[in-house]
Design a protein around this ligand. Structure first.
Ligand code: AMP
Length: 280
């Protein structure tokens, strides 16, 4: 695996590969790689000739400076995992490389980006879209491989790609979970064992929602949300939001539309914020 830190070098290398007819799949990450990222890299390998990974903790998508400072970083371990998973190239730029003095542009995806995660983290998706668009222009991948764990991010980036006619296919990878069901997340290592047990309430609430919809036929979202809220709150963690929304518009639904619904949960445990979701 080749590690590239400069934009010019990445472009040169990747344009040469494209000219040779090699197809590129791209996995953008913020590092602290885990089994979820591994699955994304493996998917990239299956999809294309060249699997490109980026590792960049993007400051513009953090609205909380403490969160940015505490974000786990371990480049050595990341590069090991990326290589094992089959990445061909790791693009690891510095903040100055991506945002040189005078950087001024930002990408705004409008209404989709101000609700849910966007409401809790103002400006978050502007930062995400800006950096992903820049990375897409550097890498010019045939496939952009994203995790469905970040459901709103997936929907927004798919929109950005469609709206701006970008020449890449967006590929969604189902959420990878730890043995107990907790969704793998870079932030999980910030949890104590007790907090980790409490965090399982999200997975349990999502499973229960599936049960209520599929086995009991409850489609009214008010009733389902009530069940989620009480499941999360009785486990002693702070619920940031629970929402049942359309997978296309991210607007709240009154009734579950089978095959077209996201159930989304965000919680806070101490200083750590976690999200999870399921599709129904
Ligand atoms: P991050 O490093 O958290 O910005 O995530 C980079 C990519 O990995 C995003 O597309 C995420 O949706 C994806 N990802 C993160 N956690 C998981 C997971 N547990 N399963 C699948 N994909 C994930």
């Amino acid at each position: 695996m080749e590690v590239i830190r400069q934009i010019a070098a990445a472009k040169k290398h990747l344009r040469e590969e494209s000219r040779k007819g090699r197809r590129i799949a791209f996995v953008p990450t913020m590092g602290a790689l885990h089994a979820g990222h591994r699955r994304l890299i493996e998917t990239a390998r299956e999809k294309a000739d060249l699997a490109v990974l980026s590792i960049f903790v993007n400051p513009t998508q953090f609205n909380d400076p403490e969160d940015l400072q505490n974000y786990p970083r371990d480049e050595e371990a990341d590069l090991r995992l990326a290589e094992e998973a089959g990445a061909d190239i790791a693009f690891v730029p510095t903040v100055e490389e991506i945002y040189p003095p005078g950087f001024f542009t930002s990408v705004n995806v409008g209404r989709l980006s101000t609700k849910l995660e966007g409401a809790s983290r103002p400006g978050h998706f502007r930062g995400v879209c800006t950096v992903v668009l820049k990375l897409l222009e550097i890498v010019r991948p045939d496939h952009l491989v994203l995790g469905l764990k970040d459901a709103q991010q997936f929907t927004i980036l798919q929109h950005m790609v469609d709206d701006l006619c970008l020449d890449t296919e967006v590929v969604g990878v189902p959420t990878v979970r730890e043995a107990g069901g907790l969704a793998c997340s870079s932030r999980n290592i910030l949890l104590t064992p007790q907090q980790r047990r409490k965090a399982l309430c999200m997975y349990r609430a999502l499973k229960r929602t599936h049960f209520l919809v599929k086995k009991q036929g409850i489609l009214h979202t008010g009733e389902l949300l009530q069940a989620i809220r009480s499941a999360v709150q009785t486990s002693g963690v702070e619920l940031d939001y629970a929402a049942i929304v359309s997978r296309v518009t991210l607007e709240p639904l009154e009734h579950v539309v089978r095959g077209g619904t996201y159930v989304l949960i965000a919680i806070r445990i101490g200083k750590v914020r976690l999200i999870d979701n399921t599709r129904i």
